[in-house]
Design a protein around this ligand. Structure first.
Ligand code: SAH
Ligand code: SF4
Length: 389
């Protein structure tokens, strides 16, 4: 959404005239730096001010980025009249007693809510973001999938989750101490593993990636941002056409075509082998790494033959494999394999020389694990605060 053409205000004018002719303003936080440069040029200001605005908004977390002292007064006066910048609402935050992860319930315009999860690790601070309210893909093991797609998030709503989390961290220095991270730690990694299928909302996600990785803003390298997909091939093509250095996480979960179609209906449209063949061509064996995610479900995809198939699938890719024992949220017929079965599965993959991690979902006690964010947050207990950031 946030390409230069997003700027719908085509005629320069007085702030008052602009304010009266803008039924729906574009959002400041939905604009890439290039789009902001175009805005500056269009309104008669030097495009270098876009850099100042980016530094002020994303590095300094200034809630009124246009108040940066080096901006011309006319620019500072016009910008908030021409572009909207309402922050996302922090409806609730919930801390996990299990692994320090912290879930934010984020209020969107129109009353819907999504979730973002902050996951501190020894040397990293990762934020798991949502890209849609609900999801159209209907994977049988996924809580979000049961909601269906309610609506897409706009670029500024995606970027806004990062700002909300960054501002929360800045306002809670004691939290960094609690989780044993150095003071002034900022978010170092982003994963699009919250609610939604990001490549079903690929334009907004691409613009968000441009904004989040901008060197004058948060400057998160694209290698620090993983876009997780159930295998949306159109979206994969568009993502790599726009951003060849993007990092993808592919949710595999089953290598058997019929079975994968049963648990992940997207497989009927884009079968896994087609998706992986295409990735081999786009990325190659020594290209950017791709993360293969495999949720282990007892009796469904946890046999050693399945591990062999997964090893075969990884050939020709610079693949890393994440094994995620199923986290059961709510009533379900499905369960995770035993620790012994998980170990045997992992060992077989390792014997093929593959890089394998077993990852337990974060924040299980607050149902905050990526990809299984709760659909009715109002029914959750334990929210510890609310307010705006
Ligand atoms: N739509 C994208 C990103 C969001 S889901 C995708 O499917 O990749 C993020 C990850 O969580 C995916 O790998 C998804 O398959 C996984 N996931 C969903 N429900 C899960 C559950 N109940 N237990 C473990 N992983 C789950
Ligand atoms: Fe959507 Fe991903 Fe959940 Fe599947 S796993 S329903 S693609 S969010």
């Amino acid at each position: 959404m946030a390409s230069p053409s997003i700027i719908t205000l085509t005629s320069p004018g007085s702030p008052a005239a602009l304010a009266s002719q803008t039924p729906q303003m574009d959002s400041f936080y939905g604009l890439t730096r290039e789009a902001l440069e175009a805005w500056c040029t269009l309104h008669g200001f030097s495009r270098v001010h876009a850099k100042t605005l980016f530094r002020s908004a994303y590095k300094a977390l200034n809630p009124e980025p246009w108040s940066a002292p080096s901006l011309p007064r006319a620019c500072a006066a016009l910008l908030p009249l021409s572009l909207s910048s309402a922050p996302l609402r922090l409806v609730a935050e919930q801390r996990s007693g299990y692994d320090h992860s912290l879930k934010f319930l984020v209020g969107l315009a129109g009353g819907r809510e999504v979730e973002a999860v902050l996951m501190p690790e020894t040397k990293r601070l990762t934020l798991c973001l949502s890209s849609q309210v609900g999801c159209a893909q209907g994977c049988v093991f996924c809580h979000t999938g049961r909601m269906g797609l309610i609506r897409q998030l706009s670029t500024d709503e995606i970027v806004g989750q990062v700002l909300l989390a960054e501002r929360w961290i800045a306002a809670h220095p004691e939290w960094l101490q609690q989780v044993r991270l150095p003071a002034s730690t900022r978010i170092s990694n982003i994963v699009f593993m919250g609610m939604g299928e990001p490549l079903d909302n690929v334009d907004a996600v691409i613009a968000a990636l441009r904004i989040l990785s901008d060197p004058f803003g948060l400057a998160l390298g694209l290698s620090h941002i993983s876009v997780s997909t159930a295998g949306h091939l159109d979206g994969i093509e568009r993502l790599y056409a726009a951003l060849p250095k993007a990092r993808l996480a592919l949710s595999v979960h089953s290598t058997d075509d019929a079975q994968r179609s049963r648990i992940m209906p997207i497989n009927k449209r884009w079968p896994l082998t087609e998706v992986v063949d295409r990735l081999r061509t786009i990325l190659g064996g020594d290209g950017p790494p791709v993360l293969l995610q495999y949720t282990l479900i007892r009796g469904v995809n946890d046999r050693l033959e399945d591990a062999e198939q997964l090893a075969r699938l990884s050939q020709g890719l610079n693949a890393k494999i994440n094994l995620i024992p199923l986290n059961v949220v709510g009533p379900s017929r499905l369960s995770a394999p035993s620790p012994e079965a998980i170990k045997a599965f992992r060992d077989l993959l390792c014997s093929h020389g593959l890089r394998v991690m077993v990852r337990y979902s974060k924040g299980q006690d607050i149902a905050a694990a990526c990809g299984q964010l709760v659909r009715d947050a109002n029914s959750q207990s334990g929210s510890s605060s609310s307010g705006e950031t």
